[in-house]
Design a protein around this ligand. Structure first.
Ligand code: PHE
Ligand code: FE
Length: 285
């Protein structure tokens, strides 16, 4: 997949990072960022978690367009000790976790083309940076991401990576948060998508269920379409506390004895925030 020499060298190097090559972006690539950025900034007030909205300022650098990771990392480092580093594409799981455990977020450097504003197969710099960086500026979420990285390395040793990956999916990528003003989105996969920002909160189709650690780690997910279920956390503090205070090793063992759950399952023990109609069906976005 990564046939070019720079990429091969990066993989051989072990940490898989490459220079962002910020100067190589074309004016049109910067305009695609600005377009996507403005669209989400207009859409997210009243939809995104207050912590996410507060973190958006992190992305406002001296010049418009795709953020320069070096300048972005300087700001983020001052706020929470995180950095953003460029990678050529998907990296091996252990490498990904190792970066997170050291407070480095890996981001793709390419940007989608103008005719793919709404759908792409692989995360690009807009998803990775707009979706993920705002919450890395939040001290609690910043700690959660680091703890997740350490837990990820541990899950590999227990052969339980696919279970822990579901926790990432249903929180970091597609999580919802309960607030006094109503449900808010915080997952990067939602926050970086105009259509899913609406679907996740407003559409009657998906289930919205209160977050439960074991339940989430049993639940399959879709990578090619909107989620059929979103899990709602009480607060970032609660998410961090639950995951830090729980030793996952016995959980992994217990979960081995239980069947996986389909993405649209509802269990008697679930606390349902809103029961979905599951009327939305498509063959992919
Ligand atoms: N406590 C988890 C373990 O024992 C690690 C973890 C922390 C996982 C935070 C996810 C998020 O493996
Ligand atoms: Fe992501």
């Amino acid at each position: 997949m990564f046939a070019d020499l720079e990429t091969a060298a990066a993989l051989a190097d072990g940490d898989c990072t490459v220079p962002q090559n910020w100067a190589a972006y074309t004016p049109d690539e910067h305009r695609v960022w600005d377009l996507l950025f403005q669209r989400q900034v207009d859409l997210l007030p009243g939809r995104a978690a207050p912590e996410f909205l507060a973190g958006l300022d992190m992305l406002r650098l001296d010049q418009p367009g795709i953020p320069d990771f070096a300048a972005l990392s300087d700001k983020l480092m001052a706020a929470t000790g995180w950095q953003v580093v460029a990678v050529p594409g998907l990296v091996p799981d252990a490498v990904f976790f190792e970066h997170l455990a050291n407070r480095r977020f890996v981001a793709g450097r390419f940007i989608r083309s103008r005719d793919q504003l709404d759908y792409l197969q692989e995360p690009d710099v807009f998803h990775d940076v707009f979706g993920h960086v705002p919450l890395l500026a939040d001290p609690v979420f910043a700690d959660y991401m680091q703890a997740y990285g350490k837990g990820g390395l541990r899950s590999i040793r227990y052969g339980a990576l696919h279970k822990l990956a579901r926790l990432y999916w249903y929180t970091v990528e597609f999580g919802l948060l309960r607030t006094d003003a109503g449900l808010r989105l915080y997952g990067a996969g939602i926050a970086s998508s105009a259509s899913e920002s609406r679907f996740a909160l407003d559409d009657p189709s998906p289930n919205r269920i209160e977050f439960d650690l074991q339940r989430v780690m049993r639940t399959q997910y879709r990578i090619d379409d909107y989620q059929q279920t979103y899990f709602v956390i009480q607060s970032f503090d609660d998410l961090l506390r639950q995951t830090l205070e729980t030793d996952f090793a016995p959980l992994y063992a217990a979960l081995d004895a239980q069947p996986d759950l389909p993405a649209d399952a509802i269990l008697p023990a679930d606390t349902i925030v809103s029961r979905g109609t599951q009327a939305y069906r498509s063959g992919g976005l």
